[in-house]
Design a protein around this ligand. Structure first.
Ligand code: PHE
Length: 511
């Protein structure tokens, strides 16, 4: 079969055909070769100037199913005439119908045969008026079936009778090029060491570069939309002088996730309904150094945390409840990345700047957190938190508001509103709102505050070091960016891979 022929074979056939004729129409010699295959062969030959070709737009006539019938059995009028002629002494209409075996053919054919004066009515019978007729329609259709064209007038007439339809065609006209030859010389695609060594490169023919090639589809991987928005946030943080915190540890002790953050042990966030607890192993060790060069005093810190909860310390009266070590050592899936911020700030307490005191720092992280939520269109049991921490001397609440305005301003969110809020670990605390044009209302975009002395001083940080903290979800801005209304389209097993493959790049500052 012609379609499975290789481009190479086809190219040879084209060269062969041109050895017999100067110019060839593909409709004549290569009518059955698929357009794309022939084009590939001609392109290859024309790239080597062996063949010149042009593309011709044309029109061809195609027989409708009814016309195929006519070609096979004759037109209805001819069939009626033949039936009547064969029945020597006439044919009744009923007999005509049973002879022909088709009601419509009988009816239409009769009408036309009358009009052509081939038959007439004689009493109750039909009789022939002539000895023979020309079945012009059938002859015309036979020609069209073979040549796919005919005189314009005939085509128009047959089209009107719905026997044929006209269809656009693309074909080629080709002729010998300046470098025409019967043989297709093998073209080298690479200059190899062997060719240089043997000297065969001198006579080799090299395949020219095809600068128009689109290149093969690489089936490359694709970045997840969350990953792209995360990349934008990271860039933004780096621009503002932040360094990234290590967040690869999903399991934390209650100590780091809650107690160091001055979250009391009876706080509802620590309930089973809100936090996932690990069943095996259930408990963490007490906080301790993980390596020989870790000189931090974890024991003192643990005691400070106990005291600040139980009876208060650093000028605070504490919560005044019996603090339980077992509760603190229970293992949890971290409910926020603030557990990491806490560990990083504890580490900071041991660092010395030029003045011998902990230096100002800016930290951020973007990673996964887990909460025991009821899953719905906007909630999953896990999501990603974007978190930032700024530690410096002499920071004020006004400075935090200013910073948040600059930070969100970088992604096009302006005119922020701040609402007093409550977090056990920050005072004051503020929820951050921005006006959403699409929704026509203020929406919450983040949570923030200044970490409490109960938290910072227990770590050993100086009492005049102030620390801002803020957090937001990565999913929310991503859903807004990509116009997703159900979080399950973004994260989890219901995600359509095609959506991940085809979604566009993202720029936070672009809307
Ligand atoms: N941990 C808070 C949350 O999960 C975010 C936050 C971080 C708030 C730091 C204040 C300071 O929403």
């Amino acid at each position: 079969p012609t379609d499975s022929k290789s481009t190479e074979d086809l190219a040879h056939e084209v060269l062969q055909a041109l050895s017999e004729a100067d110019s060839i129409l593909s409709t004549e010699k290569f009518a059955n070769v698929p357009f794309e295959s022939l084009k590939a062969a001609l392109d290859r030959l024309s790239a080597r100037s062996m063949v010149a070709y042009e593309q011709i737009e044309g029109e061809e006539a195609i027989l409708e199913p009814e016309a195929e019938e006519v070609v096979q059995h004759g037109s209805s009028e001819a069939r009626v005439f033949e039936a009547v002629r064969k029945a020597m002494d006439g044919l009744s209409i009923q007999d005509l119908e049973s002879t022909i075996g088709d009601k419509t053919v009988t009816k239409v054919g009769q009408g036309k045969a009358f009009k052509e004066k081939w038959i007439k009515k004689d009493g109750s019978k039909l009789v022939a008026l002539v000895d023979s007729i020309n079945d012009v329609t059938r002859d015309q259709l036979r020609v069209i079936k073979e040549k796919r064209t005919h005189d314009k007038k005939i085509l128009t007439d047959l089209k009107k009778r719905k026997l044929i339809r006209l269809q656009k065609t693309l074909s080629f006209k080709f002729s010998k090029g300046p470098k025409y030859a019967l043989e297709l010389v093998k073209e080298e695609t690479d200059l190899t060491a062997e060719m240089i060594a043997s000297g065969s490169w001198k006579t080799a023919t090299f395949k020219p570069y095809n600068f128009k090639a689109l290149g093969a589809d690489q089936h490359s991987g694709a970045l997840h939309p969350l990953g792209k928005v995360r990349g934008e946030f990271r860039q933004l943080f780096f621009e503002m002088g932040f360094t990234e915190m290590p967040t690869s540890q999903y399991v934390e002790s209650g100590f780091w996730n809650f107690d160091t953050l001055f979250v009391p042990q009876q706080h509802p966030a620590r309930d089973l309904q809100d936090t996932f607890y690990i069943s095996d192993p259930k408990m963490a060790d007490r906080p301790r150094a993980e390596s020989a060069d870790d000189k931090k005093d974890y024991k003192a810190y643990f005691e400070n945390v106990r005291q600040v909860h139980e009876n208060g310390k650093y000028g605070s009266i504490g919560y005044r409840y019996p603090w339980a070590e077992e509760e603190s050592l229970r293992l949890v899936l971290r409910t926020h990345t603030t557990s990491v911020s806490s560990a990083m700030l504890h580490k900071l307490a041991y660092e010395k700047g030029p003045d011998g005191r902990p230096p100002p720092v800016r930290y951020f992280s973007i990673d996964r957190v887990f909460r025991n939520e009821k899953v719905d269109a906007t909630h999953l049991c896990e999501f990603h938190q974007v978190e930032g921490v700024i530690a410096d001397y002499g920071l004020t609440l006004g400075g935090l508001m200013e910073f948040m305005s600059i930070f969100f301003g970088k992604m096009g969110l302006t005119g922020l509103k701040f609402k007093p809020a409550y977090n056990p670990y920050t005072e004051p605390s503020m929820e951050i709102f921005s006006y959403h044009e699409g929704l026509g209302k203020l929406i919450e975009i983040g949570n923030s505050g200044m970490f409490r002395p109960e938290m910072l001083e227990a770590m050993g940080l100086p009492s005049d070091l102030r620390v801002y903290g803020f957090g937001l979800s990565l999913e929310r801005p991503t859903m807004i960016k990509y116009g997703i209304s159900n979080i399950r389209e973004l994260l989890g097993h219901g995600v359509d891979l095609n959506f991940v493959q085809t979604n566009p790049a993202v720029r936070l500052d672009k809307d």
